[in-house]
Ligand binder design. Structure first.
Ligand code: SF4
Length: 116
């Protein structure tokens, strides 16, 4: 990290670089100087413009998952930052399937949130 962290910060602040984190490259078409790229972005469920990376949400998150960044050797919460020096520094929520309370409900009366 002592080698790559300064580079990450430099890239994160560069005016000609747009970071696309939590994003997968689906296809690249075209030729030199004229490429068309298709990306698929996973939602963070947290607004990076507002998140201060204080970590308060992690302290109260009831969901514990395996830490993929640590090759599963340690646990992490569903609300997390991939690693301490991550760029951008904001947190994200790892939503898999449904929340535990939704899964526990015998009548399945809890509906998935609708976006307004
Ligand atoms: S780290 Fe969590 S609690 Fe802190 S500002 Fe970001 S989303 Fe809110």
């Amino acid at each position: 990290m002592c080698i790559i962290s300064p580079k990450l910060v430099e890239v994160g602040r560069h005016i000609n670089i747009d970071l696309h984190t939590t994003t997968e490259l689906e296809s690249v078409r075209g030729e030199k100087g004229r490429f068309q790229v298709t990306l698929r972005r996973k939602p963070r469920y947290i607004d990076l413009e507002k998140c201060t990376a204080c970590g308060e949400c992690t302290q109260v998150c009831p969901v514990t998952l395996s830490n993929d960044f640590d090759q599963g050797l340690s646990p992490r919460k569903a609300t997390f930052k991939l690693y301490p020096q991550a760029i951008p520094g904001g947190f994200m929520i790892d939503k898999r399937d449904r929340s535990p309370c939704t899964n526990a409900c015998p009548t399945r009366s809890m509906l998935m949130p609708t976006w307004r």
